[in-house]
Design a protein around this ligand. Structure first.
Ligand code: DGP
Length: 112
C-alpha cells in the first residue's frame, strides 16, 4: 500500500518525531498551521474516522492519552485544538487516520 504515513511509521520516510510507542507515532506537520502543529497517528493503517469500529476504536483513546502527554511535555498550558479531517468534504488529504494538534496561537471558531 502506498501510504506516506505508513512509511513514516515504518521509518522508511523521515519525520520530525516527537513521541513514539508500540502503537502510535507523533511528529511535526510538514505544513504547520500554528506555531506548534503536530500529528499523532496509529502505526496500523486505518483510513480515517470512517473506518473506526468496535474492534479498532481502542487506539483512539490511546491517541488522546498520547496527545495529553505531549501537551504537558510541550507546556501547552494555554490550550490547543485537536482536529481530525475525514474524507473529501472534511478536507482529509492523507488517507491514514491522524489527529492534528495545533497550539500557541488563538484559533478561530467556527473554523470555516
Ligand atoms: P489532512 O489534510 O487532514 O489529511 O492532513 C494531512 C497533513 O499531513 C497536512 O497538514 C500535511 C501533512 N503531511 C503530508 N505529508 C507529510 C509528510 O510527508 N510529512 C509530514 N511531517 N507531514 C505531512
Amino acid at each position: 500500500m502506498d501510504c506516506i504515513f505508513c512509511k513514516i511509521a515504518a521509518g522508511e520516510m523521515p519525520s520530525n518525531k516527537i513521541y513514539e510507542d508500540e502503537e502510535t507515532l507523533a511528529f511535526y506537520d510538514v505544513s504547520p498551521q500554528a506555531p506548534v502543529h503536530f500529528l499523532v497517528i496509529p502505526k496500523t493503517h486505518i483510513r480515517g474516522v470512517d473506518e473506526i469500529n468496535e474492534s479498532n476504536s481502542g487506539i483512539v483513546a490511546h491517541i488522546y492519552e498520547v496527545i495529553a502527554h505531549i501537551a504537558r511535555q510541550l507546556d501547552l498550558d494555554n490550550g490547543y485544538r485537536v482536529v481530525t479531517n475525514c474524507g473529501d468534504d472534511g478536507g482529509q488529504t492523507v488517507g491514514h487516520l491522524h489527529f492534528h494538534v495545533l497550539a500557541k496561537r488563538t484559533l478561530a471558531w467556527p473554523p470555516g
